[in-house]
Each structure stands twice: as structure tokens, then as C-alpha cells.
Design a protein around this ligand. Structure first.
Ligand code: 76R
Length: 248
């Protein structure tokens, strides 16, 4: 019997990771750099307009380590919107000083393992708010993609709905103990990208990422069935900090 979990989808999501070509940036003259920054500012103005219209949300973070220098995380109504954004960025004068590092395409997802029977989730404003979330301005972000295992002995997709529900309850309990400390956005990417989910966490205290993820490693859903990709961790990059970062 097909026991696929019912999922609810919200905004489409693109994590667009870039690095700055510092050699090129430093070789450019003052005027060229000023023009590129102006172009970047113009491009980023769209983020506020979209947010005010309730048509999406955007997060900008610098990335620590060599995997990338910064990330744009976009939530928008359609895949076309995401495509337009990446192209618009590529056309800015700033983009020629950047290198594409990694991207991840997904859609904000809630699975109803813990949903109440008989309730239409799409009539619940709290659920709508989670499917189309305003991204917080937390000090830190943590992103990684993940799968649920499909091996002979440990195959998540062969488990009964009841077994999966029981395990997800335990997962949810751990998660909830971090309420107020970590905000998580789970986005589904089956058919969209190389892993099954993107996990994006926000917190004002980066140590809470480590504590939450470590605690979950001991929980059966993650201990037995979780497979993880590369982790990206970073710091909020508001406009002032971006200008500071680009000063040479
Ligand atoms: O949505 C809910 O609050 C219900 C409970 C819940 C579900 C269904 C929940 C709660 N999650 C759900 C689904 Mn989660 N989550 C992760 C990771 O690093 C790891 O080990 C795993 C990465 C973290 C850190 C995390 C945090 N969760 C999922 C799914 C889809 C599963 C499926 O459909 O098979 C994945 C892949 C996943 C992974 N989870 C929570 C959290 C936190 C903090 C919570 C509590 C949320 C809250 O109550 O506000």
C-alpha cells in the first residue's frame, strides 16, 4: 500500500551561494567598484518590495569558511520568480566580481505526521504562516541538505506510517525543546535537487545549531535514517556589513 506522507507546500526556495573574486575586486578602480555596489544595492531593493507585498522573503548571510562568501536565500511564489532573481543578479555589475559556488532548489514543506485528523490544514493561519514564512533577521544561519536512508536494512520509505509517525513525534519533541532559540525551515527537494530536503536553521546563538543537531543525531530518525550533505554556517549580512565587507 502506498503510505506516502501527505505534504503541504508553500513558497519555492533558492539558496544561491557565491564567492567574491577578491583579485578582480581589488584590481577594479574605485569608480568601477562604486558602480558595482550601487548596482547590488539596486538589486537588493527588490527584496523589501517583495516582502512588503507579501510575495516572498529573502535572507542574506556571509558564510564562514571556504565553501562560499555569502548566500542569498530566496522564498518566492514560483520557480519562475527564482529564475528571474538569479538572472537579475547575474546581470548586475557586481556579479562579474563573483563566482558561483553552490545552489539548492526546494519548496517549503510541512509533512502532516503530527497533523490533527479531520482538520483542513490550509484553513489554519499558523500553517499558512509556516509555509510562507518571513525569514528572521537572526544573527546566524545554518544550511544543509539531507536524505532519509533507503538501504536494505534501514529504509525509511519501507516503514509503516505508524512507525514513521512515532519516530517523527520523538524528532518533533527534541525540536520543540529549542523553541525560541532556533527557527527551522524544512524545504522539500525531491525532484528538484540532489538531496531530499534542505534544512535551514536560524539562531542568534550559533552554538544552538551544534546542540540541536547533535541532540538529534541520537534520535532514531537521524541516527538510523539521516544522511547529510555539506553544512554552511554564516552571519547576518545587512547592508552596512556588506559595504564594510567590500571595502578594500
Ligand atoms: O512541523 C512540526 O513542528 C511537526 C514536527 C516536525 C516534523 C514533521 C518537525 C519538528 N520536523 C518535521 C519534519 Mn524537523 N528537523 C530536521 C532537521 O540534523 C538533523 O538530524 C535533521 C535536520 C532539524 C535540525 C529539524 C529541526 N524535519 C522534518 C523533516 C521531514 C521528514 C519527512 O517528511 O520524512 C526533516 C527532513 C526534518 C529535519 N524539526 C522540528 C526541527 C525542529 C527544531 C522542530 C520543532 C519545530 C517546532 O515545533 O517549532
Amino acid at each position: 500500500m502506498n503510505e506516502a506522507t501527505l505534504t503541504l507546500e508553500g513558497w519555492y526556495c533558492l539558496h544561491d551561494f557565491r564567492s567574491i573574486d577578491w583579485t578582480l575586486w581589488k584590481a577594479a578602480d574605485h569608480e568601477e567598484r562604486a558602480g558595482a555596489i550601487e548596482d547590488l544595492e539596486e538589486f537588493m531593493k527588490e527584496f523589501q518590495v517583495t516582502a512588503q507585498d507579501g510575495a516572498g522573503s529573502t535572507a542574506v548571510y556571509s558564510i564562514v569558511g571556504q565553501k562560499a562568501d555569502f548566500v542569498f536565500m530566496y522564498l518566492r511564489e514560483t520557480l519562475e520568480d527564482l529564475n528571474k532573481l538569479e538572472t537579475a543578479f547575474n546581470k548586475t555589475d557586481f556579479a562579474k566580481f563573483t563566482v558561483k559556488e553552490y545552489s539548492y532548489v526546494s519548496v517549503v514543506e510541512l509533512s502532516n505526521y503530527l497533523g490533527k485528523e479531520g482538520e483542513d490544514p490550509m484553513q489554519n493561519p499558523q500553517i499558512i504562516a509556516r509555509l510562507k514564512p518571513e525569514l528572521p533577521k537572526s544573527a546566524h544561519i545554518c544550511f544543509y541538505p539531507m536524505n532519509k536512508k533507503r538501504e536494505l536494512a534501514d529504509n525509511w520509505y519501507m516503514l509503516s506510517m505508524d512507525d514513521r509517525k512515532a519516530m517523527m513525534r520523538s524528532h518533533g519533541l527534541i525540536g520543540r525543546s529549542y523553541a525560541g532559540k532556533v527557527k527551522q525551515i524544512i524545504s522539500g527537494s525531491v525532484g528538484f535537487d540532489d538531496w531530499e530536503w534542505g534544512v535551514t536553521l536560524f539562531s542568534d546563538d550559533a552554538l544552538q545549531f551544534k546542540k540541536l543537531i547533535y541532540e538529534m543525531r541520537f534520535d532514531e530518525v537521524s541516527a538510523r535514517y539521516g544522511e547529510f550533505g555539506a553544512f554552511y554556517v554564516g552571519n547576518l549580512l545587512d547592508w552596512e556589513k556588506a559595504v564594510e565587507m567590500l571595502k578594500v
